[in-house]
Design a protein around this ligand. Structure first.
Ligand code: FE2
Length: 265
């Protein structure tokens, strides 16, 4: 019997502009994104699924989503997405569903299930899971008790140890944790937003973040600060016996000029 895992690749916080020449804090986000895609293309193991965890656009432009479609249609791998605080949901919904990018929010990957939630709070940087999202989550957990649940959304539901970022995480994380405590199939949470690699375990549930494809926020920093680390993606391997392995792959080089004095974005 083979035990070849299903591989999810999580890509987050792309922050594309309509103008491909624009930079975010010294980084051309289009070039940095493509440096990461080149890394993914060259990987020995290709993913079965690509998961985009928000902040695909920096300037709320439709063009940004068109670049995302171009990039992932070329991969021809089923791709799913959730919005971040920077995303324009109407543009996202009208542009992204395409040949290989799907708006599906519940995916069965025996013996796992992937549940995608929208944590965007209107006109806010911090996140919030609306009642409809929590109900959807609970429904999936209830209907598929034998499937280990992997949740994905943009905002972090745990402290990542960086004071300024912890203030802008998921504001009603307590409600989420209260629901998850009732369902033993709650397994893993994947998120973006924090632009850094982070992992912890809370109430027996794995929590993993994925670095950005552009600028990285400095770990354990009290105030906003950048860290000179190249763009990265996270891979998550799901085994048929219910085990999960994960890690982060980084491009070889920082793309752009590192703005050590940057005070915000
Ligand atoms: Fe972001």
């Amino acid at each position: 019997m083979t035990n070849i895992p299903k591989r999810i690749v999580q890509i987050s916080d792309i922050h594309l502009f309509a103008d491909k020449d624009n930079e975010l804090l010294g980084v051309n986000t289009y070039q940095s994104f493509h440096a990461l895609l080149d890394l993914l293309k060259s990987a020995t193991t290709q993913p079965d699924i690509i998961l985009l965890t928000g902040d695909l656009s920096q300037d709320h432009s439709q063009k940004a989503y068109e670049y995302v479609v171009e990039a992932f249609n070329a991969f021809a791998i089923p791709t799913y997405y959730v919005p971040g605080n920077h995303d324009d949901i109407p543009f996202m919904q009208s542009t992204l569903p395409s040949a290989t990018i799907f708006n599906t929010k519940h995916i069965l990957l025996d013996p796992f299930q992937l549940i995608l939630l929208d944590s965007q709070k209107t006109k806010a940087v911090e996140g919030y899971l609306a009642r409809t999202q929590l109900d959807f989550l609970e429904d999936c957990l209830k209907k598929h008790p034998e499937h280990h649940a992997i949740l994905a959304f943009h905002h972090q539901p745990v402290s990542v140890g960086a004071t300024w970022l912890d203030k802008i995480g998921l504001q009603n994380a307590d409600e989420l944790w209260a629901i998850l405590a009732q369902y033993p199939n709650s397994h893993t949470i994947l998120f973006g937003h924090v632009h850094q690699e982070f992992q912890t375990k809370k109430n027996g549930i794995n929590c993993f973040s994925t670095p950005s494809t552009c600028v990285q926020f400095k770990r354990n920093s009290v105030d906003f600060a950048l860290e000179k680390l190249p763009p990265a993606y996270r891979w998550i391997d799901l085994y048929s016996d219910g085990t999960l392995k994960t890690g982060v792959c980084r491009a070889a080089h920082y793309v752009g000029v590192f703005e050590i004095e940057a005070k915000g974005y």
